[in-house]
Design a protein. Sequence first.
Length: 205
Amino acid sequence: MKKVVLLLSFFTILLASCERQGKTGMNEEVYKPSIIPIPVSYETEKSSFIIDDRVSILVQSDDENVLRNATSFQDYLASLDIKVNLQTEGINTAGKSIKISLNKEQNEALGTEGYVLEVNANMIQLTANNSAGIFNGLQTLKQLIPLGTDSSEDVNVMGCKITDYPRFAWRGLMLDVSRHFFSVEDVKDYIDKMAQYKFNVFHCI
């Protein structure tokens, strides 16, 4: 377990270093969240969205993978002691929602794994061409939640509009299992951490 923790720490530090380099020349007052990797486009909004028990996740798609991704995000919020409803149809009577949907017409700029994430005072809207984009968008949304958030605090997500898609189709990380032993759980944790930072190919030797 120590080995995989060290490996994960290494590439997390590496990504953070790349982020700092990528931000050279950017206006630090405009770009506030630390999103890894840096999105293609980030626009700030003056408002913010508070995620609490009155918020519902509205899945406006019948794609099973989209629903699975939304359920996983619901579980993530539950780990922060925030219990939100997940709806696949109907009207959100609370008036505040996290809406997840697939584009009816393909946005060619987004490709297979891109997404658009908009956050304002009343709604978070996540759209993509397919479920892979929804998955990546939800990873970004997790990063927008302030670190150290616990059940005693409101989860305040800063208003923004993010348009993002990968620069490279192949984004891989390698794990050397031929010379170092890793348990099944270690490998699963490694893959989970990869997905969190939007890597999409797992190499092992």
